[in-house]
Ligand binder design. Structure first.
Ligand code: ATP
Ligand code: MG
Length: 349
């Protein structure tokens, strides 16, 4: 069970001077692998922003995960900065959150090696993300892609995290992280790791691809019209929503049997804060054209201020770099403390 006060809290995390209750720790991250989209926003970032003042937050740009599949070096470097700017532009506040680049804290890959040695092959063989991403070529993709869940577990466990807010697709990786932490703790008979819990919302945790509502919206989807990117301009958004798959029924209603229109309605629900009944009443007797126009308008209005702030931040890269460096410097001792403990109990060094 996560702990609420300093008693029993990992020494690196306690507030030794005041002995005040420590806020629960949240950790999450996104890979700088391409265009950040509406699924990343509604399934992850927006939820981080909403609860940020309640928690002690760490949000990572997981660039070490981004190299599990081939990626151009210049693109990786640029995408890393763009993602950091988007985190802040979407509303993450550096008063409540530490933002850092994963490869700036070398304890992540170091602990990952150790934890790989405690991970049964069978556990990794069961991971569905590997199967999806490896596709037809499981023998030629990198072993990094196979071991991805261990590095993700280390990202979380290094900071004695209580909660991990993610989208539905990460549920299996969170379970894996808990199992690995529990296995390690019980093997050495001591609570080396806090056991984290996933926070997965009921609505919005799986935004589907616009062109094919049977698969999730993804950065790595080769079809650009499958997703709305947070940096898309109004004309592009209008075109993508106009082309989005619906059906021939022409009835604007939530219906699990009709995943295309239901996906668009779910996006509208999240952007407006209305209930499903209110939305169905609003569009009763009206066609998909009216609904898609309203959805487009909402999307443009939601993304405009994010894009404006994003461009301001990208025009001042030294400030962004300074935040990332300072936060990595502040987090490193925490990661060091956990890794030191792990090495000590294993007998390394
Ligand atoms: P990639 O295709 O490179 O894996 P991705 O779109 O899946 O990219 P990630 O960086 O893997 O993005 O995931 C970042 C966060 O966004 C995670 O919390 C993940 O659960 C969430 N997320 C990703 N896609 C969706 C989606 N379609 N709906 C809701 N949440 C999502
Ligand atoms: Mg993903």
């Amino acid at each position: 069970m996560p702990v609420e006060t300093n008693q029993g809290v990992h020494p690196a995390l306690s507030n030794a001077t005041t002995n005040a209750p420590v806020k629960k720790r949240v950790f999450s991250g996104i890979q700088p692998t391409g265009n950040i989209h509406l699924g990343n926003y509604l399934g992850a970032i927006r939820n981080w922003v909403e609860t940020q003042s309640e928690y002690d937050n760490i949000f990572c740009i997981v660039d070490l995960h981004a190299i599990t599949l081939p990626i151009d070096p210049q693109e990786l470097h640029t995408s890393t900065r763009k993602l950091a700017a988007l985190y802040i532009a979407c509303g993450l506040d550096t008063r409540y959150c530490k933002l850092f680049i994963q490869s700036h804290v070398h304890e992540h890959p170091e602990m990952s090696w150790i934890m790989e040695c405690f991970t049964p092959m069978g556990w990794l063989n069961r991971m569905t993300q590997f199967k999806t991403k490896a596709g037809e070529n499981p023998d030629s993709v990198s072993t990094g892609l196979f071991c991805y869940p261990v590095l993700m577990a280390c990202d979380i466990l290094l900071y004695q995290t209580n909660y991990v807010p993610v989208g539905e697709d990460q549920r299996q990786h969170i379970e894996f992280t808990r199992d690995l932490a529990q296995r390690f703790n019980s093997l050495y008979g001591q609570p080396v790791f806090t056991i984290p819990e996933g926070l997965i919302r009921e609505v919005g945790a799986r935004i589907m691809a616009l062109d094919d509502p049977t698969k999730k919206m993804s950065k790595s989807d080769p079809n650009p019209v499958s997703r709305i990117n947070l940096l898309d301009d109004p004309k592009t958004i209008k075109q993508k929503i106009a082309r989005a798959t619906s059906d021939s029924l022409r009835l604007v209603a939530f219906d699990p049997e009709r995943p295309g229109i239901t996906n668009l309605l779910t996006i509208y629900q999240l952007l407006t804060g209305q209930t499903q009944q209110e939305i169905e009443a609003e569009f009763a007797g009206r066609g998909y054209g009216d609904f898609k126009a309203a959805l487009t308008e909402r999307l443009v209005a939601t993304l405009a201020p994010i894009q404006q702030r994003y461009h301001e931040l990208m025009n001042d890269l030294p400030t962004l770099e300074a935040i990332l460096k300072q936060d990595a410097d502040e987090l490193r001792p925490m990661a060091e403390a956990t890794l030191r403990h792990v090495k000590e109990v294993v007998g390394l060094g």
